[in-house]
Ligand binder design. Structure first.
Ligand code: SF4
Length: 445
């Protein structure tokens, strides 16, 4: 847990010698607490004090990477229980279970289905991240063949699932370059699993049915020299799982309980696809770092990816698009000019409706600090003056041969003043984006 300035001050030498560049040790401690200076600036801090300060500076939940390079998945390193307290940093990885009972053709088909679960929403790419490869048959050759097929046919990150270290090792032989997550060390096999994790430098899941047993297991795995751990509490109903996940997160953040300072993994249980979606969504919100599912229908997965995108954005910074002129379709100098704000959801809703109207148009986006039309207007961020300045700033007059702009129906009140400020003719558009296609088609009739 992060130390306060006063707690840090008590650890410093308190001689106020000023060598760190600050007038007092307290001033230095305050800057250290705010993470604005390095501890190295104080040459007199004792080895004991340094160790206490450095361990306090460690993240309460360790960041774990699965895979390598740009495609790697990073989970953990969260700092708050509730998104509004700050933000959540590393989006829950969404993945799918594939078993070695399936034929090679079936696996390739499944990977093809997973590849299609890649969508664009409000200007961002949202997609799934991982596949969990399960050795159901207990046949090492079949398991290795499954892993090989997956390695050769997808860039998704990999989790190897087997209860015997010997089986996991066969999978590792053909996937070590991908640095897979190993599932799972238990009370029975932790020594062999820890050996694999260290030898192949891969992260390892610690799985135990109760929190008490999980604490003991994590300590044993750490004693074997494994640092990159992911936590799991076995096969349980969703309510019990949520309880475990919440306790793990609370203990890690509020009590700085080191054995639980790791990300978590959950496998969904529901056979019904709709229930599975709601189960996965529940784990996503509280507080799973990796969710492995069975179903992979787009209708199941898109809501989960959408929810994840919303939850893992900064609540204090609305998603924004760049303020500029956008062209939709093959515009000419006679194309209409629509004005809107730079809140992503607003912009992409407008863009989609303009596109569906088949009327090529310019969209002039004003900087409203990421607020939607009505909110920005109420906050004085979308005014006649600011719109007039945007019209001038981006030189729309050089792109069109008319002097007409269309403003959203909800801010019709701005039309008179905007005409005065800008010298352009203002047409009031529809209040709802859904009205844009009909509006544009009838514009010049
Ligand atoms: Fe205090 Fe260290 Fe700064 Fe000197 S260098 S004022 S001892 S914090």
């Amino acid at each position: 847990m992060a130390l306060s300035g006063l707690e840090i001050y008590k650890i410093l030498p308190r001689t106020n010698c000023k060598e760190c560049g600050f007038p007092t040790c307290l001033a230095f401690a305050m800057q250290l607490a705010a993470k604005k200076v390095s501890l190295n600036k104080c040459p007199y801090v004792t080895a004991e004090g340094r160790s206490a300060l450095e361990s306090a500076a460690e993240p309460p939940i360790k960041l774990i990477s699965i895979g390598r390079g740009d495609e790697r998945v990073e989970v953990g390193n969260e700092t708050v229980l509730f998104r509004h307290e700050e933000k959540f940093y590393h989006p829950t990885a969404i993945g799918f279970l594939l078993e070695d009972t399936a034929s090679t053709e079936e696996i390739k088909r499944a990977l093809g289905e997973i590849k299609k679960l890649d969508f664009e929403r409000v200007g961002q790419r949202i997609k799934t991240d991982i596949v969990a490869l399960s050795c159901k048959t207990k046949d090492a050759s079949k398991f290795q063949a499954l892993v090989k097929t997956v390695v050769e046919n997808t860039n998704l990150q990999i989790t190897l699932v087997a209860d015997e270290a010997a089986l996991i090792e066969r999978g590792l032989e053909v996937s070590r370059e991908r640095r897979p997550l190993l599932y799972a060390a238990t009370g029975k096999n932790f020594k062999e699993m820890a050996r694999l994790s260290k030898n192949y430098e891969t992260p390892l899941v610690a799985s135990a049915p109760t929190l008490e047993e999980l604490e003991t297991l994590v300590k044993k795995i750490k004693a074997e020299g494994v640092e990159n751990i992911v936590l799991e509490t076995g096969d349980k109903d969703a309510a019990d799982k949520i309880w475990d996940l919440t306790q793990i997160r609370r203990l890690a953040l509020k009590k700085a309980f080191k054995p639980f300072g790791y990300p978590t993994i959950v496998f969904t249980k529901s056979e019904n696809p709709y229930q599975e979606t709601s189960e996965a969504m529940t784990y996503l919100t509280k507080y799973a770092s990796i969710v492995i599912m069975k179903g992979k229908m787009p209708g199941q997965i898109l809501p989960i990816l959408t929810a994840r995108q919303n939850i893992f954005t900064d609540p204090q910074k609305p998603l924004q698009v760049e303020s500029k002129i956008y062209e939709v379709g093959k515009v000419t100098d006679r194309s209409p000019v629509l004005i809107t704000t730079n809140f992503s959801l607003t912009y992409y809703t407008i863009e989609a409706e303009v596109e569906s109207s088949m009327v090529p148009s310019h969209i002039l986006v004003c900087d409203s600090e990421g607020m939607s039309v009505l909110t920005a207007w109420a906050a004085d961020k979308f005014t006649a003056e600011s719109i007039a300045k945007t019209i001038e700033k981006f030189g729309i007059k050089d792109r069109v041969s008319h002097k007409n702009v269309i403003i959203p129906g909800y801010v019709s009140v701005l039309s008179g003043k905007l005409e005065e400020e800008s010298g352009w003719n203002v047409t009031v558009g529809p209040k709802e984006a859904a009205g844009i296609p009909v509006f544009l088609k009838n514009l010049n009739k």
